[in-house]
Ligand binder design. Structure first.
Ligand code: NSS
Length: 433
């Protein structure tokens, strides 16, 4: 069927002046003034002011416009006019106005509390802010797939229901799996490691689950995880893959979503400048930098949110921190041959104080070392037998990483809280709607 409606976005152009077009959308705002109704109508692409004048439309159309409450679904035919006073600089002068569905009184008002807006999230996802963020996110996901394709990676589909922890037991969500214990995946990593022995270079985009018991600005209980794993890759190879991926995601957002970024208060030019190489600093050096502002920080402490802020506040490009102490990192990370106290790992920290967006490492290939590390962590070694097998049949050096999609979107969209990067955020006190 031929689409007889024009996208609002394409009306915002001098070439459209004087043209008669049809749009369909939802009433976003409304104001009445002396025999005229001014409605802001939105569709998926943008918003435009629609003027419905008593003497320009049929009586019943005027009455419909008069009655239509915010969020009513409408179809409008009208003439496009430039008008500097209108939002976006254009106005549509209606010749006909039809209500497809007349909305109830919409519960969203100017001064709603954040908690109330979360209660009615199913309606609040229509806001211009959340819509803009969802578009940026969609574009950044496109960039992920383009980048991995260009680098020769296969997209794979690891399981979500799993038998053990990757990132420590304390944040596991347990479930009843036909009478046995199973868990929601924290990371696809161990499964991606299994897949490199057939496909060599693999990635996945899956939800990951963390039972985060604290409420912070950067933790979700359910988030989208972009993970990659490559045979024969060493730590340094992963840094190159990560900085290439991150910069492509930023570049594509800046090019394809400039309008949305500006709306969100992010200058797209800043994202255009995100290009490799990113600085690389070792944990030892990071400790010294953190201690300048946080003297209580000691070698061996993990970098907290505040410490990452200290490291990144003044930066405009992301930075890699590598070679963390072994005892604060996961069991699967490869020991540094030059210093057994350290592991060959990296976190990538976003600038402007945002902090960690990626965690990755070279993987330990030595089966005895892996077993020792699992025992140190008090893990049930038997549950990892299949994983240990990967080191028994043609093991090769390999590395990988995980990128938190909502973490990078938070930075690129310049948001305070991670919850706005996902349409239906899951945090400790919320799984509704
Ligand atoms: O725990 S990570 O640092 N690393 C892993 O899960 C590895 N097993 C990934 C891998 O090598 N394949 O998590 C990776 C990233 C981290 O840098 C954050 O950006 C993001 O996942 N992350 C989160 N985002 C939102 N909310 C929560 N709770 C969260 N936890 C991690």
């Amino acid at each position: 069927m031929k689409h007889q409606f024009t996208d609002i976005e394409s009306l915002l152009d001098e070439k459209m002046e004087g043209k008669t077009v049809k749009i369909r959308g939802w009433v976003y705002r409304k104001r009445t003034a002396g025999g005229m109704n001014f409605l802001i109508v939105r569709d998926a692409t943008d918003v435009i002011q629609v003027a419905v004048k008593k003497d320009k439309v049929a009586e019943k159309d005027f009455a419909s416009a008069d009655k239509a409450l915010i969020e009513s679904a409408v179809e409008v035919e009208g003439i496009v006019k430039k008008d500097a006073r209108a939002i976006n600089g254009f106005e549509m002068q209606a010749v006909s106005f039809h209500v497809i569905h007349s909305a109830n009184a919409f519960p969203v008002a100017k001064d709603n509390s954040p908690e109330f807006l979360l209660d009615i999230r199913h309606l609040w996802v229509r806001s211009r802010e959340i819509s803009a963020i969802m578009k940026v996110k969609s574009t950044m996901l496109e960039a992920v797939r383009e980048h991995f394709k260009q680098e020769g990676y296969f997209e794979t589909t690891p399981p979500i229901i799993v038998s053990g922890a990757v990132e420590g037991g304390s944040t596991l969500f347990e479930m009843n799996y036909f009478g046995k214990k199973a868990y929601l995946s924290q990371s696809a990593q161990l499964y991606l490691e299994a897949l490199i022995f057939s496909l060599e270079k693999v990635y996945s985009i899956t939800p990951s689950f963390r039972a985060e018991k604290s409420r912070t600005l950067r933790h979700l209980a359910e988030y989208w995880h972009v993970e990659a794993e490559a045979a024969y890759a060493e730590l340094e190879d992963m840094l190159i893959l990560e900085e290439g991926l991150i910069s492509n995601m930023c570049q594509k957002a800046a090019t394809d979503r400039a309008k949305e970024l500006k709306f969100l208060g992010r200058d797209p030019a800043e994202m255009k400048k995100i290009e490799p190489p990113f600085d690389r600093i070792k944990y030892d050096e990071a400790v010294e930098l953190v201690q300048v502002k946080n003297p209580a920080f000691k070698w061996g402490d993990d970098l907290g949110t505040e410490d990452e802020r200290i490291l990144t506040q003044e930066r405009t490009l992301p930075v890699f921190v590598t070679h963390y102490p072994k005892h604060i990192k996961a069991f699967y990370m490869k020991e540094d041959p030059k210093n057994p106290k350290l592991v060959r790992c990296n976190d990538c920290l976003a600038p402007e104080g945002y902090g960690e967006i990626v965690g990755g490492s070279q993987r330990e290939e030595n089966v005895d070392k892996l077993i020792d590390r699992l025992k140190e962590e008090g893990a049930d070694v038997a549950a990892y037998e299949w994983y240990l097998d990967l080191r028994r049949y043609g093991s090769v050096p390999h590395s990988g990483f995980g990128l938190g999609l909502e973490r990078i979107v938070r930075w690129v969209c310049k948001l305070e809280h991670i919850r706005d990067t996902i349409p239906f955020p899951r945090v400790m006190n919320r799984s509704y709607p």
